[in-house]
Design a protein around this ligand. Structure first.
Ligand SMILES: [Fe+2]
Ligand SMILES: [Fe+2]
Length: 200
């Protein structure tokens, strides 16, 4: 695990981290091949209908990336290099997504959704923490091992249940509470936060 990801797992108030494709010195597993695959994957998401509103659309797109990286990992059985690369992409995407939610969106739920927002934010931070612990535990196992596959499956199962609730309940309510302009600003802030580079 890179120094930046270790810090992310261990410290909940990390304020910045990077896209691996922005800096191969941070994540050297991002080869040109994996970058092309990543671009192709992300490009395929652009056709998603804009039906959810500015905040929901952003979140749904980002969740799709998480599910897709996991699927690529699961479909790479027998190719340990590919498993390693896709597992790394999954971990980095989850890390960026979780931090951006914790820094931008969960505080907005606390501010704009009353007691319900505070309760949801606390529960969500607990779910994120559990996933971070699983991702940390992953580092003890080879990417082609049964243990690694089982842990990654556990992480994605937790995240899918959590992500579905975010999309269908939590961020739907937040979007309504913020209004169109506020939701658009929140979505932009979420994206900016994901793009921040880590400090060493
Ligand atoms: Fe979340
Ligand atoms: Fe999420």
């Amino acid at each position: 695990m890179s120094c930046s990801l270790q810090r992310l797992v261990r410290i909940s108030n990390v304020t910045s981290f990077s896209l691996c494709h922005a800096s191969r010195r941070i994540n050297p597993s991002c080869t040109p091949t994996i970058l092309r695959s990543q671009v192709a994957l992300m490009s395929s998401f652009k056709n998603t209908p804009n039906v959810g509103g500015p905040l929901l659309d952003t979140i749904i797109e980002d969740h799709k990336g998480i599910w897709s990286y996991y699927d690529e990992y699961a479909n790479s059985a027998g190719d340990v290099d590919a498993q390693t690369r896709w597992a790394n992409q999954f971990k980095w995407h989850v890390a960026r997504h979780a931090i951006a939610e914790e820094l931008v969106l969960y505080p907005l739920m606390e501010q704009h959704m009353g007691e319900e927002g505070k309760q949801i934010a606390e529960e969500d931070r607990g779910i994120h923490q559990r996933v971070k612990e699983i991702l940390y535990e992953l580092e003890s196992h080879a990417p082609d091992s049964k243990e690694h596959a089982a842990l990654l499956k556990e992480a994605v199962d937790i995240l899918k249940q959590h992500g579905n609730h975010e999309e269908q309940v939590e961020f739907l309510k937040l979007q309504k509470a913020l209004g169109d302009e506020g939701a658009a600003k929140a979505a932009a802030s979420f994206e900016r936060t994901k793009l921040l580079a880590p400090t060493r």
